[in-house]
Write a protein that binds this ligand. Sequence first.
Ligand SMILES: Cc1ncc(COP(=O)(O)O)c(C=O)c1O
Length: 399
Amino acid sequence: MSQEHLMGVYNRAPLEVERGLGARLWATDGTEYLDCVAGISTNGLGHAHPKLVQAVKDQAEKLWHVSNIFRIPGQEALADLLCEKSFADVVFFTNSGTEAVECALKTARKHHVANGQPERIDIYGFDGSFHGRTYGAINAAANPSYTEGFGPKMEGFHQLIWGDKAALEAAFRNPTTAAIILEPVQGEGGCRATPDEELRWMRQMADETGVLIIFDEVQCGMGRTGKLWAHEWAGMTPDIMAIAKALGGGFPIGACLATTDAAKGMTVGVHGSTFGGNPLAMAVGKAAFSELSSPDTLAHVNEVAGYLKQQLHGLQQRFPDVIVDVRGKGLLIGVKLVPNNREFMGWARDTQQLLVAGGGDNCVRILPPLILTLDEAREAVERFERTCEVAREKMAAAS
Ligand SMILES: Cc1ncc(COP(=O)(O)O)c(C=O)c1O
């Protein structure tokens, strides 16, 4: 067994994971790890959550797949739940985040066609954003390292500098703008949160200009920030939203949510998916959603996140030579480092058995399952602290 027959698109850590339970993972050699990656914000309920395991088992014995040419009761039920707990009126189910983003982009352009304004094709994204790997998604994020080498860039996609309000206002006022797409809290980009007042201002601008707001809450949604949706902190809503990751608790599901008005162009035959919204995915999605959207889960996220943030700020004071900044929202925490983040991740993994994810701007992301207990959070902080000590020793030895 080797990676010889896998496309070499990943730089994988030398860790073979065999099983998981809650916030713990065990490698094939028996080593136990504390998982503060959670499948990059995906295993919101941790590993092998009994309710999710049961949901898979029960549905697997009944029906896996039928095709969207038939009614799928589980799909209707999950769509009802999502609409009840969000701004949305309608949902399209996908199998991944990038497909949900793709649907969001198509929905936005079709909206303007339905309004008799087909010239409104421009879509503005932000630097540091990540929306997935389909052509639409890479063009929307417009990160050169993901778009280069794939032929001409798609027409109508533009990148704004995050925080450049004047450029954003010009984008809103451009008569051919269809939509602005952003993550309310950037994930891959290093846990940068757009200020609440700016999100509210964007809503006003959108209402004034007819531009649609697409939120990509694939990573920051589903309770990760301590509210079900990250934009709830700002007290405003988007027109369209892509979600995925924790929606299935680790089972592949994504969804594009929209208001009736935003989705007015999405009529029969305009879009589709073979697997999107299949009965198996929907059964797991329903089970995961009812846990993740519960007030208890969200209160727990806020408690653990508050503790972690406070402790990490304490570590920043004690290790100013290692930690530059602690940022993010809820349990989407970015720690900007002095040493190389990739090296730091390796030290955390190999010396402390603590798994953290990488991120832009030389951050490591701390993205534990939302069910991480306070005791486990304490353990994570202790392991992080020891990793800072290791980093200090390594940097001293190298200088
Ligand atoms: C914010 C955001 N959008 C979209 C995606 C793409 O999701 P997927 O990998 O499921 O296609 C990701 C994945 O990391 C993400 O973080």
